[in-house]
Design a binder for this molecule. Structure first.
Ligand code: TEU
Ligand code: CA
Length: 564
């Protein structure tokens, strides 16, 4: 039941298990909790569930640090629970995608524990390097290169025992695997095959463009007010990336078995994405780009320094990807995930007056681009940022480390906290708001991260009961993809690229045309005369404000019209 290209007409729903639904009252979401919500997902209409990591893990990065790839962490349940979830999803015609985190393991993975011994046959499974020439191991500046970790500090950690450093692009508890070693690759493919045989339908591949490192390890540029070279760009997309991905595809049968694959690729270009997703190359089905989620970061600033978003820049960035992958390859479409702030707070307007319509309109814009949409848990409810004010409220390793680093560099505390409030990954990780009972119905115990107090009004039970809710808008958009082939296949064209408020586009297939008009602002907007095709004969498919064709759009009003 996996026909070729099935993932093109699918909508993927991402679950961050820790924050989704807690079945046993320990405050941590778990797999039985997810199984209990399969009917909810079915009512929403999504086709695929992507599960963020549930493997055994010391939880230094909430499961992105894996110590056993072939077992479930007790906090989340058991392998039997996972089998049950797979069966429940398959029973409803849905599929399961596992998160594949193979750029690095946990430092508590048996492979790394063995690798710490310089004489072990696994020494070469990770990146061990001596101190820089002329430096004593552990001395200031002795790290093999000046690369910084994504979670602050050096990307190199000294192991006192051997006097050598190991590379970790993320936390020091996430050592990078050495993909140059064929044994590493074979071990990964064997593990993937084990999961496919168990019934999973594909993989979301964590920072997969980091698996091929540069042939030479050279120092990179260091920005102002920074100690380390921070850019992934210099390290990502190494020479052997395509070779490794093609090898993985062949050895796991990714294409042959019609599995869905999406590679997370920070710092990669349209050209890289096109090569990776060109079916002729047999690598991956699609990739996650990061360009559009970088447009509201201050150029040359610190990680979380804020910068006003320009709508023309955002539209044109998505357009470039649409055009770049129009004939070859395929796009993934997302506003939100577990690493990003809440979409409605970031790209929309989460004030009471505009929250619902801006969440709906963002969804309309996303789903009308060509590609596979990814909906992040709670996005379908218009869940908002949580707006922590005190550093003590944060749990996320990236946020906590960044704050410490920024304070030691003497950055202004107020600016740092404002950046975190707007951008911290914890914004996406507050528990899903199921109903208006205690702890939003997420848990009968104390949640690991506090629920957003707005759960009293923003919750799934209320949304399902309200025909005008964000939930039902998502449901309509997902249904439209099933009833109208043009949503999947139609050729994309952006209209009004320079307009500061209106996002307008067309999709064309044969004699049919979809016209989307969206006011992406909290003020009324006038559609310029002649800007879109004549819509007097058009059918109205999905709207926020009823079947209007007025040239004046209400704040956050959007409409999808069908011609022909
Ligand atoms: O994220 C990789 C990534 O590039 C970023 O989005 C990351 O969140 C970080 O903020 C960079 O500044 C993936 C996972 O999605 C993330 O949750 C993990 O923490 C990370 O890899 C390490 O596995
Ligand atoms: Ca639990």
């Amino acid at each position: 039941n996996r026909p070729p290209d099935w993932w093109k007409s699918s909508v993927v729903y991402q679950i961050y298990p820790r924050s989704f639904a807690d079945s046993n009252g320990d405050g941590i979401g778990d797999i039985p909790g997810i199984t209990g919500k399969v009917d909810y997902l079915h009512r929403l209409g999504v086709d695929v569930v992507w599960l963020s990591p549930v493997y055994r893990s010391p939880m230094d990065d909430n499961g992105y640090d894996i110590s056993d790839y072939q077992d479930v962490d007790p906090a989340f349940g058991t392998l039997a629970d996972l089998d049950e979830l797979i069966a429940a999803l398959h029973g409803r015609g849905m599929k399961l995608v596992m998160d594949l985190v193979v750029n690095h393991t946990s430092d508590e993975h048996p492979w790394f524990i063995e690798s710490r011994d310089p004489l072990s046959s696994k020494r070469d499974w990770y990146w061990w390097r001596p101190a820089r020439d002329g430096f004593e191991p552990g001395a200031e500046g002795a790290e093999p290169t000046n690369w910084g970790s994504a979670f602050s500090g050096s990307a190199w950690e000294l192991d006192r025992n051997s006097g050598q450093y190991f590379l970790h692009m993320f936390s020091r508890k996430q050592p990078d695997l050495n993909w140059e070693n064929p044994q590493v690759r074979q071990a990964v493919y064997a593990m993937m095959n084990w999961w496919v045989d168990r019934g999973v339908d594909g993989f979301r591949m964590d920072v997969i463009n980091l698996i091929s490192k540069p042939a030479r390890f050279d120092d990179g540029p260091v920005g102002p007010n920074q100690k380390y070279s921070s850019s992934f760009a210099a390290i990502a997309n190494g020479d052997r990336l395509h070779e490794f991905l093609a090898e993985m595809n062949a050895q796991v049968g990714l294409t042959e078995r019609n599995l869905i694959t999406v590679g997370e690729m920070p710092g990669s270009t349209i050209d890289t994405a096109r090569a990776v997703t060109d079916p002729a190359n047999r690598e991956l089905d699609m990739v996650f780009t990061f360009e559009h989620v970088g447009l509201d970061a201050k150029p040359g600033g610190q990680k979380f320094d804020l910068h006003p978003l320009s709508l023309p820049a955002l539209k044109q960035n998505l357009e470039a990807w649409q055009v770049g992958l129009a004939d070859v390859g395929w796009n993934s479409l997302y506003w939100d995930n577990h690493d990003q702030p809440r979409a409605v707070s970031r790209f929309g307007d989460d004030s009471p007056a505009h929250r619902v319509n801006s969440a709906k309109t963002l969804a309309t814009v996303q789903h009308m681009h060509r590609g596979t949409p990814y909906v992040y848990q709670g996005e379908e409810l218009g869940m908002t940022n949580t707006y922590f004010v005190d550093i003590g409220q944060y749990q996320d390793i990236e946020s906590v480390n960044y704050h410490a680093d920024a304070m030691s560099l003497g950055l202004e505390a107020e600016t740092v906290l404002a950046g975190l409030a707007a951008r911290s990954r914890d914004n996406a990780r507050t528990p899903v708001q199921w109903n208006d009972s205690a702890q939003a119905g997420f848990s009968t115990g104390q949640p690991w991260l506090p629920v957003n107090p707005n759960y009293v009004t923003i919750n799934a039970a209320a949304a399902e009961n309200d025909p005008d809710s964000v939930f039902h808008h998502f449901r309509q958009l997902i249904a439209l993809r099933k009833s109208h082939r043009i949503v999947v296949e139609g050729r994309f064209e952006l209209l009004l690229p320079e307009h500061e408020q209106i996002w307008a586009l067309t999709r064309t297939l044969g004699r049919q045309m979809l016209v989307m008009i969206a006011n992406c602002s909290s003020a009324p907007a006038a559609l310029p005369a002649g800007a879109v095709p004549d819509l007097t004969q058009a059918q109205v498919l999905v709207t926020t404000h009823g079947a209007s064709t007025a040239a004046e759009l209400q704040p956050w009003e959007s409409r999808i019209h069908l011609l022909g």
